[in-house]
Design a protein around this ligand. Structure first.
Ligand code: NDP
Length: 277
């Protein structure tokens, strides 16, 4: 599995697992737990979640699935903007830790920017880090202006990532945000990499994938994984799809295939405001 180096030197796998909506339906729980466990078995150990997902249900399901295997996983979770004050962020993190049944979160993100001053959130993250409750911190849904403001704060130098919407059909970040992060060796974490499944129904992607012997999902994920510093977190609660998605990590798109995708899904030709799902 390709690894991505975080600021500070630690490596994480370039392909992880999203968990938005897991734990929402009782009848799916068994398969979702089995999928999380299979992910660890197969080396897909970066698991992305948030206190928001099912108002804690996703974190609780992860806690159950990882019982006895916590050390194998790299857990990313996120704090709601309305919980991101100096005091509330610490309490929110402690609730997440309890649901996840762990002593620490590997990477803790501000889910999106709200009304709490960024300096306060950063101070909370630094306090949580000093207390050993989080190992790394970062942000999510930050466009370039927000990133610049955040990066100028004291203590922000170690920011591990900015998690944003990025996929074949949403390439706006390539214009300015991705180069800005690249210049600072800060990996970008791409969420909704198959646009919540909608990309897979696009005729042009279906045809491209069929021509080259991939599934549409593998084509979309392999394209993101071809970038040197992007972490990709497709969500699935099904083991068969997990295996399918994981196989994308073995695909090396050649120059002709990349050019074909470039033609089908062109790069931005100007600044595009960051989209959010
Ligand atoms: P994805 O682009 O990962 O798509 C997930 C959807 O696609 C699910 O419905 C899943 O269904 C389906 N799917 C997955 N693999 C396949 C496959 N091989 N074939 C067909 N269907 C498939 O969308 P998400 O929005 O879930 O994004 C991924 C993760 O990113 C989230 O789960 C979350 O962790 C994070 N995220 C972060 C946000 C933020 O604001 N920071 C916003 C949005 C997402 P099934 O489970 O049934 O397989």
């Amino acid at each position: 599995m390709k690894q991505i180096v975080l600021p500070g030197g630690e490596s994480v796998p370039a392909l992880g697992l999203g968990t938005w909506c897991i734990g929402d339906e009782r009848k799916l729980r068994g398969e979702e737990i089995a999928t999380l466990q299979l992910a660890l078995d197969l080396g897909l150990r970066l698991i992305d979640t948030a206190e928001m997902y099912g108002e804690g249900r996703a974190e609780s399901l992860i806690g159950e699935a990882l019982l006895g295997r916590r050390d194998e996983a790299f857990i990313v979770s996120k704090v709601y903007p309305h919980n991101a004050s100096r005091r509330d962020a610490v309490a929110a993190c402690e609730r997440s830790l309890r649901r996840l049944r762990t002593e620490h979160i590997d990477l803790y993100l501000l889910h999106w920017r709200g009304s709490v001053p960024l300096q306060e959130t950063l101070e909370a993250f630094l306090a949580l880090q000093a207390a050993g409750k989080i190992r790394h911190f970062g942000v999510s849904n930050f466009d370039l202006d927000d990133m610049r403001e955040w990066a100028a704060l004291d203590g922000a130098a170690a920011t591990a990532t900015n998690q944003v919407l990025y996929n074949l059909g949403r390439r706006g970040v390539e214009w300015d945000l991705l180069p800005w992060q690249r210049a600072r060796s800060m990996p970008l974490m791409a969420y909704s990499p198959i646009e919540q499944g909608r990309l897979l129904r696009e005729r042009k992607l279906i045809d491209f994938a069929a021509r080259h012997g991939f599934s549409p999902s593998q084509a979309a994920l392999a394209w993101l994984l071809a970038q040197e510093d992007v972490i990709v977190i497709p969500k699935t609660g099904q083991r068969q799809r997990l295996r399918e998605n994981l196989a994308a990590a073995e695909i090396q798109l050649d120059a002709a295939q990349l050019a074909e995708l470039e033609h089908l899904y062109p790069a931005p030709r100007g600044a595009v405001p960051l989209a959010m799902l």
